[in-house]
Design a protein around this ligand. Sequence first.
Ligand SMILES: [Zn+2]
Length: 278
Amino acid sequence: MLNQLADFFRDHESIFVLTGAGISTASGIPDYRDEDGEWKHRKPMDYRDFVGEHAARQRYWARSFVGWQCFRRAAPNRAHRALARLEALGRIDAIVTQNVDGLQQRAGSREVIELHGSLSRVQCLDCGDASTRETMQQRLRAANPELEHLSAQALPDGDASLEAFDRDGIRLPECKSCGGALKPDVVFFGETVPPAVVESCYARLERADAMLVVGSSLMVYSGFRFARAAAESGLPIAAINRGKTRADDLLAFKVEADCGETLGQVVSIFEENQALTT
Ligand SMILES: [Zn+2]
């Protein structure tokens, strides 16, 4: 299987890569969506609830204040680095990621399209003004000093104390330009991916000669549609994923193993082969 994957990289030089949560779990980022694309550990934040209810935004930002502290400490792992290397070696044309952690860019990948946005950015729901998540964190802390203790209590064992805090309510910073409500620049459950982002993915797929799925079960339609489009264009599709994917019947082959180990070894094989032929 590893050799088959190494050959896949030898035979194609414009691979469209689609990555999902499975590539970042080794970086300590919980696989927060389950196989149906829903949030695993908590009720998924629904776009309509977030936009329509102040209380939903309070719940989201209180949890997110805690979650961000773990998130920002995460570092790219072997799988992220291997994909960056394969891009530098001229085998990958673009990486479309369903992740919102920015780890692929931090590992050195250049052509990354964030299908579901990025947690590092915040947007105003009214005027669209963009700001950083780091600024939001500081403003949340300044407006709610008690959140600091909460994070210390909540991190080891879930949100029990967070739920208690939720009832009191958290004071939410507002847009500095217009006073509107702030939302992380990520695609929530029930929200559609911006059409311009989808278009740019299809444009990259059009010039690709193969597709590779890494760490995604493709249960979410936003990612699955690219596998379907690739299959319709006759592109070979490979996958590295533990377990079933929604595109199993479209795949040329699948490696059911750890993303980092697999890609790390494939880079070694690929580079050895390249050294032998030059
Ligand atoms: Zn605004």
